[in-house]
Ligand binder design. Structure first.
Ligand code: NAD
Length: 438
């Protein structure tokens, strides 16, 4: 199959590369010339484990190409994926669809007859209808199809998620769209018996938001239970295990922490709320989830202040981990940002370390001193705050860390360390959902 992917970001690049790995001929197109230039030279613009190698391998055999020229990308393509960003609209919270609509307007005059345009970006219900109308304004109805195929990959494990998904969701309004997408997914996923859920386009669009809102709610649930654990002397990790081993509940997404962040959950929960408001429907649980998560992110700074006896003015705080989760360089809506900014407002001096996120973080944060080495980051610090549980951070030698610090205070917002071990070494510890010694 000849495939074009519009938008070469986290989703477009991973999807395009994986389609090529399945043997298709793929052209990835993006407006960002620097990104395309780099990719043409084999430089992958994002940190995603395994992606460099897969891009290199598929580019080398000519199955994967990159261009800024949309007409070139669309020539002969039977399937065109739209994978551009749908960020939150500033001040509104609903999804900004201008990139999607722009892509639709640009591709409309260039596609071949019988092409299937597939929206992979996360878009509110009804967006497919609008894209259909945009294309119909320049093409004859019935000569093309518009389908929905939301993406569920997680950054950090994106390739595995794409190649071995739990399910694929396809939203189609005609036989052409169904046939092309079934052909694309069914053969490579047959061996694993991966379910392919075929629905109407509007249901498919909503599935993505429902799934993300549910996961955000699950995280928020365990976070609130963690607060209760702290008050009643219980341990949230054991609580989560005891709950999660019930198959109806499941253990994943029950790790209490500083609140969810990232490029999807905050924006998708907000966008779902806006859709529900537009249609006059109450989705109160999602509303409460959004409110509770925002409040939680702010409260995390107070946890640091409390651990330092109520005053952090002029104190040096070493932050370990900045990205919204491990194994990605993505800083979009990372909980580290409001936390650090609040600590700075209270007068703290911030040192920070992250294995790959510091370049992106330095574009967002100001007055932060960045360190490649975690131990240097903690040198003369009054407290260490763990925000992202990278493997390399979990492996830190706490005894060595303590030696370099001014005072041994550990605020572990990911429960990355064994509290008892840290205390034995001499740290005062404030963790999530367990009794504190800080
Ligand atoms: P991104 O910001 O990393 O990439 C978007 C790319 O689209 C950018 O490179 C941009 O230059 C390009 N672009 C914008 N308009 C264009 C146009 N008209 N023509 C060509 N290129 C254009 O975004 P992302 O994180 O890959 O997310 C893309 C979509 O996938 C979003 O809707 C997001 O919600 C959804 N999604 C993201 C993830 C994730 O983990 N990042 C997971 C599932 C779904």
């Amino acid at each position: 199959m000849k495939i074009a992917v519009i938008g070469t970001g986290y989703v477009g690049l991973v999807s395009g590369t994986c389609f090529a790995a399945w043997g298709h001929e793929v052209v990835c197109v993006d407006k960002n010339a620097q990104k395309i230039n780099n990719l043409e030279r084999g430089i992958v613009p994002i940190y995603e484990p395994g992606l460099d190698e897969l891009v290199e391998r598929n580019s080398a055999v000519g199955r994967l190409r990159f261009t800024c020229n949309l007409a070139e990308a669309l020539a002969g393509a039977s399937t065109i994926f739209i994978a551009v960003g749908t960020p939150p609209r500033a001040g509104h919270g609903d999804a900004d669809l201008s990139f999607v609509y722009m892509a639709a307007r640009e591709l409309a005059p260039l596609i071949d007859d019988d092409a299937v345009v597939v929206i992979k970006s996360t878009v509110p219900v009804g967006t497919g209808d609008v894209v259909q109308k945009i294309i119909e304004s320049v093409r004859k109805t019935g000569t093309f199809s518009v389908a929905s195929n939301p993406e569920f990959l997680r950054e950090g494990v994106a390739i595995r998620d794409f190649l071995e998904p739990d399910r694929v969701v396809i939203g189609v309004e005609d036989e052409r769209g169904r046939k092309v997408l079934m052909e694309l997914y069914s053969a490579p996923l047959e061996a694993r018996k991966t379910p392919i859920v075929v629905t109407q386009r509007r249901t498919s669009e909503l599935i993505k938001y429902a799934a993300n809102a549910f996961l955000a709610t699950k995280i928020t649930f365990i976070n609130e239970l963690a607060d209760l654990c702290e008050q009643v002397g219980s341990n949230v990790s054991e609580l989560a295990l005891g709950m999660g081993l019930d198959k109806r509940i499941g253990t994943s997404f029950l790790n209490a922490g500083p609140g969810y962040g990232g490029s999807c959950f905050p924006k998708d929960t907000m966008a779902l709320l806006r859709t529900a408001q537009d249609y006059g429907v109450a989705v109160r649980i999602v509303e409460e989830t959004v409110t509770a998560n925002e409040a939680r992110k702010r409260r995390m700074a107070l946890k640091v202040v409390d651990a330092l006896d109520g005053d952090i003015e002029g104190r040096t705080i070493a932050v370990l981990g900045l990205t919204f989760k491990p194994d990605t360089d993505d800083m979009r809506d990372a909980p580290s940002v409001p936390l650090i900014e609040t600590l700075q407002r209270f007068g703290a001096i911030i040192h920070a370390h992250d294995p790959v996120g510091m370049e992106n973080a330095s574009r967002i944060l100001s007055d932060v001193e960045f360190f490649d080495d975690a131990y240097e980051c903690a040198h003369n610090a009054d407290a260490v705050v763990v925000i992202t549980e990278w493997d390399s951070i979990r492996k830190i030698d706490l005894a060595r860390l303590k030696q370099t610090m001014r005072q041994a205070v550990l605020i572990d917002l990911r429960n990355a360390f064994e509290q008892g071990v840290a205390e034995q070494i001499g740290f005062r510890v404030s963790a999530i959902g367990r009794s504190t010694t800080a």
